[in-house]
Design a protein around this ligand. Sequence first.
Ligand SMILES: *Cc1c(COP(=O)(O)O)cnc(C)c1O
Length: 410
Amino acid sequence: MNAALLPFDAATLVMIADQYGTPCYVYDAETLARNYRAFDDALHGKPHQICYAVKANPSLAILQLFAGFGAGFDIVSMGELQRVLAAGGKASQIVFSGVGKREDEIVFALQQGIGCFNVESEPELYRINRLAADLGLRAPISLRVNPDVDAGTHPYISTGLKENKFGIPHEDALRLYRLAASLPSLETIGIDCHIGSQLTEITPFVDALDRILRLVDALADEGIVLRHLDLGGGLGIRYHEETPPPVVNYVAAIQQKLGQRSLTLLLEPGRALVGNAGILLTRVEYLKPGLEKNFAIVDAAMNDLMRPALYEAWHAIVPVHPRDAVPVVWQVVGPVCETGDFLGHDRQLALAEGDLLAIKSAGAYGMSMSSNYNSRPRAAEVMLRDGEVVPIRQREQIHALWRDERLLPD
Ligand SMILES: *Cc1c(COP(=O)(O)O)cnc(C)c1O
């Protein structure tokens, strides 16, 4: 047994590679369930809703699993809303985040009976009010407040600082809540924040919550009583040597701050639910040892898994069948024509052409950020469930790459 592959096993991965080809994303249903239960169990007995952040991995089968557990969803576009509905999720359990909601997206969400709009600006309040009035509806809203705390994470995935584009500045929140209360087609039901992603400390969450709760209390004093508080997502996972807090500790710290307030707690975890439930399976195409560096060229690339190229993110790379040979330091790279196209730098591995590799912790922001760069079809996806391999997305077909394109007329 190769413990480094857990929860996957070598024989199954070989079978998957043979049957579905590589690169291929492989997810484990039991890990997805366990990750969801960790949040749900920690909140047992308290009013809560776990809204899976769809952008982490919008695969229909994954959405279907979470919907089956009773999850709600956090979405950022009409496409994500349609996906959730297609997978059996309920509109009433969806919160709609994002700084740039278009009119057609708002109208569609209202028609579907969306649970809440997480409003990110003053003009968005007016826009939702107007569109809801046109439909003869009242739109449930929450204001996404920017608590101005440093999440201590990568600048590209930090969202809760003044200088970020997200949310309403903390200082403007009271004024905008009063405005929302005065707009007849809005129903103010909550408050939310989301301070960043891949956080490995509890303190920034607690600091943000402190600031949000001061607002909640000040609003209550004015007769604006909120039903829910949504602390967003952002809890990190272990990719390398990070030590994120266990979900129970994170939840306990939040509960302690909430005290006796009768607020429903919403959380929007993405990465923490799916990140460690998936791997990207790839095969070594060529070994290209050099004077300065040794390159292992694999058949997955930055278009399949963008995180290393985008954030210099580190993913463990594990041979499916470890070789009994002296390891060498490899640059594990893809075939894409970019120097930034790497999956891992300086990895001590014993490799041969044709070897299968598992790129670990690829369940979040892997497939969802993949592209067709270099006209590469997107990878296949399979899920392991009850000992069976279930295909959940076929490899994109080459002709589909230009299906929507047209040649110029003569
Ligand atoms: C991306 C995002 C999330 C999920 O973040 P994770 O770090 O994956 O948990 C939650 N809420 C909002 C508003 C987001 O933009």
